[in-house]
Design a protein around this ligand. Structure first.
Ligand SMILES: CC(C)(COP(=O)(O)OP(=O)(O)OC[C@H]1O[C@@H](n2cnc3c(N)ncnc32)[C@H](O)[C@@H]1OP(=O)(O)O)[C@@H](O)C(=O)NCCC(=O)NCCS
Length: 154
């Protein structure tokens, strides 16, 4: 199992999975923007051979490492792949002062995973999602890596 950059050939599968997984899925255009145009974006897939097991979109916005999208293929959920993928994602944090993400208040499995990796809820955004659900904003501070020097998008 390895992670690599998401590419054009992955798009069809990723968009299909996104529609199966999320009630308010990102569009193909959104993923295209992340892959081809957003200079702050790191779009990733978790793969074995040619099979996609998960995908994620990270925004490295100066000091912030923002996990904007993160999912494991439905038929592979609950088998520790989320743990594996999340660990690999956090290894890419170099240069970031903190990581941030939003998660549905009802998504106990994801919240458990994020807490396990040291994320803490720092605020709630009431009615953040289209169905009126509240988002927890979770953060992990990479204390040792907070530096006063300028952080660039590279
Ligand atoms: C959330 C998600 C990425 C987790 O990946 P996964 O491979 O299914 O999860 P894992 O098997 O690695 O482990 C999940 C952990 O949550 C625990 N868990 C499972 N169901 C749980 C529940 N209802 N409440 C609390 N914890 C739960 C597991 O025991 C495991 O904990 P452990 O590692 O301490 O044993 C995956 O389920 C997924 O893609 N869900 C749909 C999309 C999604 O919600 N993405 C996150 C949006 S913010």
């Amino acid at each position: 199992m390895e992670i690599r950059r998401m590419n054009k050939e992955d798009l069809e599968t990723v968009v299909q999975l996104e529609r199966q997984i999320f009630p308010d899925p990102w569009s193909q255009t959104s993923f295209e923007y992340e892959i081809f145009h957003n200079p702050f974006s790191l779009s990733l897939v978790l793969v074995q051979d040619t099979e996609i097991y998960g995908y994620a979109v990270i925004w490295k916005i100066y000091e912030e490492f923002h996990i904007a999208n993160f999912a494991i293929r439905p038929d592979q959920q609950g088998k520790k792949l989320g743990n594996l993928f999340f660990e690999k994602i956090l290894e890419l944090r170099e240069g970031s002062a903190f990581a941030l993400l939003e998660v549905r208040e009802s998504n106990q499995r994801a919240i458990h995973l994020y807490q396990k990796f040291g994320f803490r809820t720092i605020m709630k955004r009431v009615k953040y999602y289209r169905n009126g659900e509240t988002a927890l904003v979770m953060q992990k501070i990479f204390a040792k890596e907070i530096r006063s020097k300028e952080v660039t998008k590279d």
